[in-house]
Ligand binder design. Sequence first.
Ligand code: PLP
Length: 384
Amino acid sequence: MKQNIPFAKVFIGENERKYLNEVLESGWLTTAGKALELERRFAEAVGATYACAVNSCTAALHLGIEALGIQPGDKVFVPSMTFTASAEVIRYMQADPIFVDTEYRSNLITPEILEAAIKKHPDVRFIVIVHFGGQAVDLDQILPLCKKHNIRVLEDAAHAFPAKRNGKWVGSQGDVSCFSFYANKTITTGEGGMLVTNDEQLYKRAKVMRLHGINRDVWDRFTAKTPSWEYDVVEAGYKYNMPDINAAIGLGQLEQAELFRKERQRAAEYYTERLSDLNSIDLPLIHVANDEHAWHLYPIILKPSAKVSRNAFIEKMSEAGIGTSVHYKPLHQMTYYKERYHLNSADYPNAEKTWQGNVSLPIFAFMKEEELAYICDTVRAILE
Ligand SMILES: Cc1ncc(COP(=O)(O)O)c(C=O)c1O
């Protein structure tokens, strides 16, 4: 029987309502105690010293890249196989992305790819690393390479909470890591993000720039003894603070993060077991079998030998009531980047091969066994 299964689903329950009610009853809706509490608990969860709550991961990436001191005309490595936010923040600083390819099936940067990129562009001093789909990049290999070549690292961890590789949490190792709490992520605040770092200077800079370049935040202004009107503007900053309404939802979600992650993993394992014998698709390559995978996405790739095109496959899934998505059309194919930087598809063979057939299957917590079985049966019926 036909089912209706969305691509993503949010779980909001009593826990989130409890924190949200506290905010509504307090009358203080914008950034205050709940945002501070979320920062404290999130930093603890990923093993970082500092956390700065913001209204999106894009805002966190912007603050991070600004705090790293990127200047106009600087060049920054960034994967082509990612969401545009990873690269657009480079343009916010009037710096230029140098797109790199990623490993086929994991969409992660590898030491080999980075080494080749450094050889070709020895003047690059920054990199945006994307922990694609919730699987962590091997930072034990990538960070020493970056250090050797004086490259500072901004981690786009939009997909990667909670995620671990080589026993280390994403967020605990690099210069700056940025997480997303957009509605389809493992935990959500509706819209929201978090910048984490172990570097006090970067943290202080991000915190000032988060709120208009003002040297005191609003909560401090209204709770400290110094009069609230007394503040200085030390930079032309942004308006990126996370309101307590959002932080309250985040606190409720954070307490269930490991449950949500395990639930996603259950779905991913089901797909892998039930679909691995299909010759016409490639399944995600898993490097973190003994660590934690956030399983934000479960992307499959239809091979050229598949009976149907990717678009026809999506259409048929949709007719069967199953939501899917594509992650991603690579950035080297997007008009803005392609035209501005005269990019050539031949330089990104793995991203190209992926883009010919990538489709992400539904993945969210508490997927029912019947739903998973129905999705696998439908995939099989379309492809066989
Ligand atoms: C890889 C990547 N980076 C950054 C972002 C931006 O996140 P946000 O929507 O929280 O700004 C996204 C959004 O999903 C993403 O997929």
